[in-house]
Design a protein around this ligand. Sequence first.
Ligand code: DON
Length: 578
Amino acid sequence: MKILQLRRFVSTILVLAIVFTSFVGTQRVSAAWPEPVRGRHAMVASQHELASRIGAEIMKKGGNAVDAAIAVGLALAVVYPEAGNIGGGGFMLIRKADGSSYALDYREMAPAAASRDIFVDKDGKLINGEGSSTIGYRASGVPGTLAGFDLAFKKYGSGKIRWRDLVEPARALAQNGYVLSNRLAQLLKAYKDNLGKYADSKRIFLRDGDLYKEGEIFRQPDLAATLARIQTVGASEFYNGKTAQLIAADMKANNGLITLDDLKNYKAKERKPLTGSYRGYPIITMPPPSSGGIVMLQVLNMLEGFDVRSMQYNSAARYHLVAEAMRRAFADRAEFMGDPDFANVPTASLIAKDYAKSRAASIDPKRASDSKEIGHGVVASGEPMETTHYTVVDPQGTVVTNTYTINDLYGSAVTAKGTGVLLNDEMDDFAARPGKPNMFGLIQGERNSVQPGKRPLSSMTPTIVLRKDGSLWFALGARGGPRIISAVTQSVINVIDHDMNIQAAIDAPRIHHQWFPDELMYEPFGMSPDTLAVLTSYGHKYSARPGYVASATGIMIDTEGVRLGAIDSRSDGMAVGY
Ligand code: DON
């Protein structure tokens, strides 16, 4: 016991040391483009400075990028509660220095008691509020984050850092607290109505109504206790220990669906990474149950037939072309994509270069198509069945690009009683009513209907791009629902077609189109009235509320091997390198 306390004391000091250490290796230099952060050995780009520092420390101690990614993910669950999580799920893409790559699917799974029409009433209308797919106890899928991290640790970790040492920085931050940023204080306030509906969320995140202010210390003792159990027993504690019992009991008491058996049966899965290329540069990305990789590759394949470089990154011609390609790829998403363990997803046909050529043939360079007339394409049948982002690269060159989420900000708004764990509302990523829009306005088909044990279709797009000689060039991902795909795809184009560094590529203005609603979403700060006028003359309709098109983080390796880190200027976070 004494030894344990001593260890915790030492690790608390360590975390504080990380927090207050100097910004060595994080300087920027000015240039025409926004410049990334530089590090000669390793880099972590995440949406919270403390989490990035923790990841860098793990690598300094001999851990690899996988070890660091796990510690970063656990830390974000504490310091970035709007999206960082252990109550959600996601995807981790790993490329080892030897060139082998691996895709870990730890997406949430529908509980056994879920069924196709669980989120509609007897008149076929979507249920709102409690009982819906967006808020409350029924909105949660069985969380996968800890199972995913456990799989990553056991199979791809360095073996030099103990599990307990990866959990400790997060536990200490939950126990001792951290200084609340203005952004987090504002965000908690903005979500007070939802969080206030659930007793533990209200107590922990809203201090029972006495809202936290910027600069106050935010402590989460319940989460610290949960992390301490996970630290001692292992990730399995979440699935069959006291944490599992607490989640199942709270679910039962509140008409939720997740049972102890659901938790026990959850498994993270390895998938074969999806591979493609853009103008000869190899791309490694996430296969289903994410749609992200397929849709991105489809768009890139369609663009290959056009001289994008000569169009310039912020021209009406280039925005138009990207929007038209996205319109077609999202129409395919709606029809063909879902969990490959339940639905036949014709992945190979969809990402074939010839298929893209036939889809792109109907793009008129000066006329917007009408989404009502753009259906899904015709693909060969009979194929075999099959949100926050951070990126880490270690001194050996292993890269991890990880997107995980609880879906909406603060997920379902439910904190499972006594655990401090915010639960996801990932059930809304299923098609609650096939053919009708979800919270992101996305239309999805039967392949993505609710079924027990099935994973909902995602748009998360962790992606790695190689140089033509096969060496690691850059890796990135984003948060922001279906807009993730637009953000990652346009960042890839910005690097390859427009010669941008990773920071400039991520910062550059972008657009989004998802077939339906038939609207081109743009960023007011990035779109000139002249450009809008040209796009209007092509017949584009606009989003009533133009918004930010997701936010991305990424890393790049320059020709000298220097690691460059980039956080989207649309969002918070910090890249930390050394
Ligand atoms: O998996 C998906 O596609 C969504 N659940 C991601 C949600 C998201 O990015 C929210 N971000 N702010």
